[in-house]
Design a protein around this ligand. Structure first.
Ligand code: SF4
Length: 467
């Protein structure tokens, strides 16, 4: 565990609440335990690291064992409606635990909790849930726990004010050499299928000064990879007074001394600029990988999704990035079977996939998300039919991935050794693009950079460390 705090400190008021909670929960001399259950995207994983940091400040020790926890918090995701049932089920299971441990507190936060209908359901049907709070107040966790312990009343707090981001939260990063830095929160784009703008609020960027301090702290303490996170990193700094946009931020992070890599996620094609591609080209620490979700290759569907770019604009970005960085790898997100999409339109997605040759894809069959405009659009194509299209897409991508992997054989690439492989004696190293290469080596190499010659491809790439 490492606790990092940026120089602008966590609000004194919350620190005082944290002290008071600590006095209560540690009163009998034992160390209380807390479990943080995380659903969804990297943004949620990053938020959970801050929840764990705050819990540590309150005297809790983090546990993965729910049975021994004195505090359980569910950090939820709202992107997929059917996943919500799983959350209700898992929260429901704490009822039994509460019977066995009268001191157990249960909290729910995150995008799903931000929805009024969900919070109301917890209020009315889950009386054993103590605290429910939304995405913009999560820095107030100590206050919520204190209020619950002190007043005995349940706490429900869903305020969305789109105010300045509260800085200085303690962070508990589990990973020793790879870490996230959220650079902005929220989204202004209102893609018609997406709930994020409603549950995370408007785009708010952290100051470049705070991000750079956090990045430097991480590099100084040995981190080898920093992932800059946001729902739409390309619009970082929009409207900020210091004039630092995402391209400039990348250059500033790149200027930090040290041997490390910079990744970022997620980019929106409409905000991907030549300035950003040039910054990527010029910054040697920025990885040669661009995740640029295109969702559909058909302009009518893109318009219906409110994506605000065309197939032509997307392809021109890809071509421009390739001209500047011939070794760049692309990945993307695709929705198959958006309401009203025809097979002919889907074929435009397929042709775009074949044209770009993505290293990998995150593909989804459209599923409606209540509260979004797309959820009420006519959707005549059956799920079965969409499944056939989906399989066609997977087959195309499989063929492309094999082709790209075979092409990589013989290359020498610099990898970050990330983990032990399931196969005995192998480690997995990740290239600056998206290649995962199996190499023989001792686990002490995990977290180091090595040059690797790629020897062969058979389901996975195999290579040899050459220095
Ligand atoms: S850009 Fe679109 S898909 Fe991405 S978070 Fe914003 S609204 Fe959702």
């Amino acid at each position: 565990m490492s606790l990092l705090t940026s120089d602008i400190s966590y609000p004194a008021e919350q620190q005082a609440y944290a002290e008071r909670v600590k006095r209560i929960v540690c009163a009998d001399g034992r160390i209380p335990k807390a479990q943080v259950v995380t659903y969804g995207c990297q943004q949620n994983v990053s938020d959970s690291q801050r929840l764990k940091g705050m819990l540590s400040l309150m005297g809790y020790e983090i546990t993965e064992n729910q049975e021994e926890a004195d505090f359980i918090i569910f950090n939820t995701c709202a992107v997929r409606e059917h996943a919500e049932d799983r959350v209700f089920g898992n929260v429901g299971a704490t009822k039994k635990l509460k019977k066995e441990n009268k001191n157990l507190l249960v909290a729910v936060c995150g995008c799903m909790a931000q929805q009024q209908s969900v919070a109301d359901r917890f209020k009315e049907s889950y009386p054993y849930v103590d605290i429910v709070f939304g995405t913009q107040v999560f820095h107030r966790l100590p206050e919520f726990i204190y209020k619950r312990l002190n007043s005995g009343r349940r706490v429900f707090e869903l305020e969305i004010k789109n105010e300045k981001i509260v800085e200085g939260l303690p962070v508990d990063r589990e990973d020793r050499f790879k870490g996230y830095i959220p650079i902005m929160y929220g989204c202004d784009n209102f893609c018609t299928y997406c709930i994020v703008p409603y549950v995370r609020g408007r785009e708010r960027s952290r100051s470049a000064e705070v991000i750079l301090k956090e990045a430097k702290q991480m590099v100084d303490s040995g981190y080898k990879e920093i992932m800059l996170l946001g729902q739409n990193v390309n619009s970082y700094g929009k409207g900020s007074s210091d004039g630092i946009n995402f391209a400039k931020l990348l250059r500033r992070v790149n200027d930090i001394e040290g041997d490390f890599r910079i990744r970022f996620m997620t980019s929106h094609p409409k905000d991907c600029t030549e300035e950003l591609l040039e910054a990527m080209r010029d910054c040697e620490k920025v990885e040669r990988h661009l995740h640029l979700p295109f969702q559909s290759g058909n302009n009518r569907v893109l318009n219906s999704m409110n994506r605000r770019y065309t197939r032509e604009k997307y392809l021109s970005l890809i071509n421009s990035a390739r001209e500047k960085m011939p070794d760049i790898a692309f990945t993307s997100d695709i929705i198959v079977g958006f309401p009203g999409e025809t097979y002919e339109e889907f074929k435009d997605t397929l042709s775009l996939v074949n044209e770009v040759e993505f290293a990998s894809l995150f593909t989804f069959i459209y599923s409606p998300r209540g509260g979004t405009p797309a959820a009420i659009l006519p959707d005549p194509i059956s799920r079965k039919e969409k499944g056939i299209w989906f399989d066609e897409l997977l087959k195309a991508q499989d063929r492309i991935a094999k082709k790209l992997n075979n092409k990589a054989v013989g290359q020498v690439v610099r990898v970050l050794i990330e983990e032990a492989a399931p196969a005995d004696g192998y480690l997995i190293g990740k290239s600056s693009g998206t290649l995962n290469i199996y190499v023989k080596g001792d686990e002490s190499l995990i977290g180091t950079f090595k040059n690797v010659k790629i020897d062969s491809y058979s389901n996975v790439l195999y290579g040899t460390i050459i220095e």
